[in-house]
Write a protein that binds this ligand. Structure first.
Ligand SMILES: NC(=O)c1ccc[n+]([C@@H]2O[C@H](COP(=O)([O-])OP(=O)(O)OC[C@H]3O[C@@H](n4cnc5c(N)ncnc54)[C@H](OP(=O)(O)O)[C@@H]3O)[C@@H](O)[C@H]2O)c1
Length: 329
């Protein structure tokens, strides 16, 4: 065991941003099947706030938040194959613990980084990009010529759904919370924008689709938008409820799905769509290819030092962020 120290964010008790505490502690050594990774950049995701507040339960207390990072392999545990010390890697949706300068992580969650993907880009895009990949290509298969609805179209995942959706040939209607975000969502490829705090989303969607509605809604906002989203769908449309930035969706009487036109409803997670390593690598390859041919571009709207993590959470929760945010250790 070395005496090396690391900087790590701990949550001892769930709560507000003050629950995030930066401390020094011994660098952990990798066990069997694990790798030690020295982070160069850490991805910030809305889900991190759910663990901090206790909305999602961390496996134990205290815990270190964060599910996404990029860096260099600095040590390997027993039995790890296919990785070398010095490899550039990134991970998304692994066990919590990314808010640190060095961590150990399950080696089979690590994705080798190609030379043309920078560490910052990987930390900014991997979790959100893998999410966009499975939502657009596997949860519902978006086809050219379709019109799709994306909520929070200027956000991290939303901005990627707009870009990739357009690249697949879809016409993207995006909802956003402000004029500034409207301009951004247009740049990301949305051809129609709805300011959902001011306008009726179902009404605007009906107007924009000659009354037909859309075959799929990607809804990450949850409580505030869920019922309206159902009213935007065409018969047999697919409601993809993949997040809850405004709060949890209340329990639902499934009869509503029949009344509104034999609708499908799914609540997917990245974990299930990258369950085995082959799926994880295939999804990553698809994302890197989409980045390479310009279909999706990462946009780092905010960079924070690891020591500024409280401000980063404050900004994310106050809807102040644009695109992705990263923490630099
Ligand atoms: N299921 C999955 O596999 C999966 C994977 C990744 C992320 N997610 C979910 O997707 C969502 C987006 O994640 P992200 O990291 O990309 O975050 P984000 O979209 O960049 O940030 C959240 C955005 O939601 C909008 N919003 C609407 N009502 C809000 C409210 N009451 N409070 C705060 N924000 C509100 C805001 O945009 P406006 O100002 O435009 O309204 C805000 O910027 C999260 O709910 C996350 O948990 C799910």
């Amino acid at each position: 065991m070395s005496n090396a120290q690391r900087q790590v964010v701990l949550v001892r008790e769930t709560g507000g941003v003050e629950a995030l505490e930066l401390v020094s502690e011994a660098v952990p050594e990798p066990g069997p099947g694990e790798a030690q990774v020295k982070h160069t950049a850490i991805g910030l995701n809305f889900i991190d706030t759910y663990f901090r507040t206790g909305l999602y339960k961390a496996p134990s207390l205290p815990f270190t938040p964060g599910a996404e990072g990029a860096g260099i392999v600095t040590a390997l545990g027993a039995g790890v194959t296919g990785l070398e010390v010095g490899d550039r890697v990134a991970y998304a949706g692994a066990s919590l613990g990314a808010y640190s300068d060095v961590r150990v992580v399950a080696a089979d969650r690590l994705v080798p980084l190609p030379d043309d993907v920078s560490d910052d880009a990987a930390a900014a895009i991997l979790l959100k990009g893998l999410t966009a990949e499975y939502l657009l290509r596997r949860t519902y298969r978006v086809r050219g010529g379709e019109t799709i609805l994306v909520h929070a179209g200027a956000g991290g995942v939303g901005s990627l759904l707009c870009q990739w959706g357009k690249h697949l040939g879809a016409r993207v209607i995006a909802t956003v919370g402000s004029e500034a975000k409207a301009r951004l969502a247009r740049q990301y490829g949305a051809s129609e924008i709805i300011l959902y705090r001011k306008e009726s989303v179902p009404q605007r969607v009906r107007d924009l689709t000659d009354g037909a509605g859309v075959p799929v809604v990607y809804d990450s906002v949850g409580q505030d938008t869920f019922m309206d989203s159902l009213d935007c769908l065409s018969p047999r449309g697919m409601m993809v409820s993949f997040g809850q930035s405004s709060g949890k969706v209340p329990p639902l009487d499934i009869g509503v799905l029949s009344q509104k036109g034999s609708l499908f409803l799914t609540r997917p997670t990245l974990a299930t769509y990258t369950r085995d390593r082959a799926e994880l690598l295939e999804s990553s390859q698809a994302l890197f290819a989409a980045m390479r041919d310009g279909a999706v571009r990462h946009h780092i709207g905010q960079r924070y030092r690891l020591s500024e993590v409280r401000q980063a959470h404050r900004d994310l929760e106050a809807r102040k962020t644009f695109g992705s945010s990263i923490l630099i250790p």
